[in-house]
Ligand binder design. Sequence first.
Ligand SMILES: *Cc1c(COP(=O)(O)O)cnc(C)c1O
Length: 375
Amino acid sequence: MNIKRNILLNPGPSTTTDTVKMAQVVPDICPREKEFANLMKGLREDLVKIVHGDLDKYTSVLFCGSGTLNIDVCINSLLAEGKKALVVNNGAYSTRAVEICQYYGLPYIDLRFPVDQLPDLSKVEETLKSNPDIGLVHTTHNETGTGILNPIREIGSLAHQYGAIFTVDTTSTLAMRPIDIEKDQIDFCMASAQKGLMAMTGLSFIIGKRELIEASKDYPKRSYYCNLYLQYEFFEKTGEMHFTPPVQTIYALLQALKEYWAEGEAAKWARHTRIFHALHDGLDKLGFKDAVRREWQSGLVVSARYPDDPNWDFEKIHDYCYERGFTIYPGKISGANTFRLCALGAIDEKDIQDFFVVFREALELNQIQIPVVYQ
Ligand SMILES: *Cc1c(COP(=O)(O)O)cnc(C)c1O
């Protein structure tokens, strides 16, 4: 095996181990074989265990597609007739949920907060109180565009107090920051294989309450391929995905899960935290400023502001680093110029130290003042 190792500091897909890459090379198999269905059963249970869910109460449902598909499925499948969705929105990923409501023509409230601020819980409560027809509350755990960590437990308990289902986009925290589905008041959470689990793209999954999926059986059917109940029911009856699964991606995920359990939840979170601190240390030394208050950060994404230097050109810095095996990523805050360095993937502190050697070279070659300047 001689595959070049790239360090991806973008918010997913992440750097994978060689063993996960190689796990995709398997004898051809028809996914309708019992052998394959047995693999899926263990996989579905493992996903529930990652969020410490009770297997009698919680289940997981897999889909073929990227993580956005999960948001689509949850919203289009879990909103009862005559009910409204409330999106607690302080960033680009919650805005995606709002757009999904718009595309399906669903009634919704877009409760917006500034992207660098935590949602105001009293406003969330006021909205729930004055709109008894809210049937579903959705938010994003770690807004990957900025790295802000939202108070999901508090939002979830408000949702439940007012009789709504709580769906959380945990795509950029699951299998990194420990989650306890029950304690965190989550009815449905979600991710894709390529993020915290450090596997391949193309497979996404929703973990949630069986009871609520079963209750959604008679909700309006707004999509065929992306209906949660339909996919769940097929899994329960046959152990398989309704339509062709991404076979090799599933083998990679099975290997990634083995590696997840071997590393352990606490050790893995400690490693991501080490990387996060190394990213901050490196940026601090060069004088970069954060886009979000540090105590509000998820510990997984560092969002830094562009310096006010006439020579600063993100593309040039990006290209220099990219050619040397390090991928950095632009920010996702309209009206503010930022870039992001993320702490996910099969990497460690040493990779970040190596990255900063290259990053500093890129700044020096482009004659950007160090420490960087802000007006
Ligand atoms: C990555 C990510 C997604 C999924 O995005 P895709 O472009 O569909 O891969 C959804 N939500 C969050 C918070 C994410 O970080």
